[in-house]
Design a protein around this ligand. Structure first.
Ligand code: ADP
Length: 580
């Protein structure tokens, strides 16, 4: 029991000793754009002063570049940050760091130090006097994200409508040391250089250049005094704490900073307002204000509502138009289909009508023709009856019945041909010998020829070759030519029609020649036009329909006229042997 108490006592006494042996580390992230060594050297007085005031902490400077420092703040691997005003504003917005002091102009005043830029040109460039003269020139600067070394001047240029990236011949970013920018201007590699204010004066004081060899565009001395600048001024670098850094510790660091004497040009004052830096970022739409470049839909809608409304109306009009056109097209298609159907029906009617008209005269002749077998049948039937009653001559009866059958077949053939010709039908091309429909037509025409005293001679060539054609249409064509020939010869003494067919390797041809008066010039010109007729009862459709039929089969129909009468010809393509 006693031993236990003793051990606890010893442990309690040793604790502060152990704690002192390992002081907590205080890490200060520093923006080191000129390399770690220079940064550490530059900020060494501040760190030494803080170390002296916070003896229980081991202070460590952590020099980092822009991205490194942002990462360290994000990962909370540093407790405080010293960075440029632009970067501070970005980290303040993104990570919530809070400034606790700003660089002061002097230890005695509480005035913050200022950052501004000078845009430097060679004094000999008399054409370059103002920032507005920078349009089209070649620029040199430190880096795109450098604050005094680029962005401060960028804002001034943007305000007078010059985009350094688009409206100049380009910007050369030369990096640190910043003196390189002045050297580029001096050598003529660049027309103008963006540097932080006071650099020229500093270099002149160090004997690195002659101040009169250069000019600062729009150069002026700020109201509080200082160096020649081309831009407005912004607050200088802040010292900031991270969100996780304890307030008590931050307070001690702040107190230490504010009481730090001027060492190597650094002194700290109370944190100043970084609003001007925010304004710069907002004006350039960069850093925390990058989003301003990407306007929200709502914003665009507000800004462009008249255009959007117009576009919406146009789109609506277009949609209605398209829908209307579609409906119209559909309706018109229906109408066309109906019209086409109607036209087809009319054409069928017309063809049928023309066939009926052709048959008109034939009908009475055919009736007469049918009468002949009917009379013969009646005769044979009477004869047979007589012989049967008398019970004599059974052979005679048998022959009579045979004759009756033959005559009945003849009559049926006539009726069949007529019916086949006048039936309403859809054309059906078949492979056929043209002589077949020609013979059929001659058969139908026979009765008319007989009645009108017309002599028909047919010379139908053997082995004509096959054609692809609709039999009834071909019949109709031939019959029409025969009928026209007979009409033309009416009232003449000499009435002869010669029908001939022949063929060569390419085509099959038919000719119908008559001994009529021939064709007048007017008839020759208009013969094949629908409704051209010279006959009182004529329809004027026969030849136009015939030409249509022949051409539909890939052939040709034409007329010739001479002193001996008219001659009509048509050809059809002959099928090749292997096709038939
Ligand atoms: P339609 O016979 O109804 O008049 P077509 O079209 O068959 O109609 O003939 C048109 C016209 O062509 C006839 O009216 C006639 O004047 C003329 N024609 C046709 N064939 C002959 C022909 N062989 N000789 C003289 N004229 C003819």
């Amino acid at each position: 029991m006693l031993l236990g108490r003793l051990l606890i006592l010893v442990a309690l006494c040793l604790l502060p000793v152990l704690a002192r042996a390992e002081p907590s580390e205080l890490r200060i992230g520093i923006l080191a754009f000129r390399g770690a060594e220079r940064a550490e050297a530059e900020w060494e007085p501040t760190l030494r002063h803080l170390g002296a005031n916070l003896p229980e902490y081991a202070l460590r400077a952590v020099p980092l570049d822009l991205d490194g420092l942002a990462g360290a703040v994000r990962d909370e691997t540093v407790d405080f940050v010293i960075t440029n005003p632009g970067h501070y504003v970005e980290l303040e917005a993104a990570e919530g760091i809070i400034r606790i002091a700003s660089l002061a102009a002097s230890a005695e005043t509480v005035t913050a130090r200022n950052v501004a830029s000078a845009v430097v040109v060679r004094a000999s460039r008399t054409d370059l006097r103002r920032l507005a003269d920078l349009r089209g020139t070649r620029l040199a600067a430190v880096a795109p994200e450098a604050f005094g070394g680029f962005r401060v001047a960028w804002r001034e240029m943007a305000e007078i409508g010059i985009d350094p990236f688009d409206d100049t011949s380009g910007v050369d970013f030369l990096g640190f040391p910043i003196e390189r920018v002045v050297e580029a201007v001096a050598s003529g590699a660049a027309d103008a250089g963006i540097v932080r204010a006071c650099l020229l004066e500093q270099m002149a004081a160090e004997g690195k250049l002659r101040a009169e060899d250069f000019r600062v565009l729009d150069g002026r001395i700020p109201p509080g005094g200082g160096c020649l600048t081309s831009t407005r001024s912004y607050p200088d670098w802040p010292f900031a704490k991270l969100a996780h850094t304890p307030d008590a510790l931050a307070k001690r660091v702040a107190v230490a900073l504010l009481t730090m004497p001027v060492r190597d040009g650094h002194a700290w004052t109370v944190p100043v307002d970084y609003q001007p830096v925010h304004e710069l970022f907002r004006a350039l739409k960069i850093g925390p204000y990058e989003y301003l470049r990407h306007r929200s839909l709502g914003q665009m809608a507000r800004d462009y509502w008249p255009f959007l409304a117009f576009a919406a109306l146009a789109a609506l009009w277009w949609l209605i138009h398209v829908a209307r056109v579609e409906v119209l097209v559909r309706r018109r298609t229906e109408e066309l289909k109906a019209a086409h159907e109607e036209a087809r029906r009319r054409r069928d009617e017309m063809e049928h009508g023309a066939r009926l008209a052709l048959l008109g005269e034939m009908a009475s002749s055919l009736a007469h023709e049918i009468n002949q077998p009917l009379a013969a049948i009646a005769n044979y039937a009477n004869g047979c009856q007589r012989r049967l009653t008398a019970h004599t001559d059974p052979e005679g009866v048998a022959e009579g019945i045979g004759q009756i059958a033959t005559q009945a077949e003849r009559a049926a053939g006539i009726v069949r041909r007529m019916r086949a010709f006048v039936r309403k039908r859809v054309p059906e091309p078949h492979i056929l010998d043209l002589n077949d429909p020609v013979r059929e037509a001659l058969g139908l025409f026979q009765a008319i020829a007989a009645r009108r005293g017309v002599t028909v001679s047919a010379f139908l060539a053997d082995g004509l070759g096959m054609v692809r054609a609709d039999r009834v249409q071909m019949e109709q064509v031939v019959l029409n030519l025969l009928q026209n020939a007979a009409d033309a010869m009416a009232g003449r003494d000499d009435r002869r029609i010669t029908v001939s067919t022949w063929g060569d390797a390419e085509r099959v041809r038919l000719s119908v020649a008559d001994s009529g008066p021939g064709l007048s010039a007017e008839a020759l010109a208009h013969l094949f036009e629908p409704f051209f007729t010279t006959k009182p009862e004529g329809l004027g459709l026969g030849l136009s329909l015939s030409r249509g039929f022949v051409e539909a089969h890939g052939g040709r129909l034409w007329a010739e006229s001479g002193p001996d009468g008219a001659c009509f010809h048509f050809t059809l393509p002959r099928l090749r042997e292997d096709a038939s």
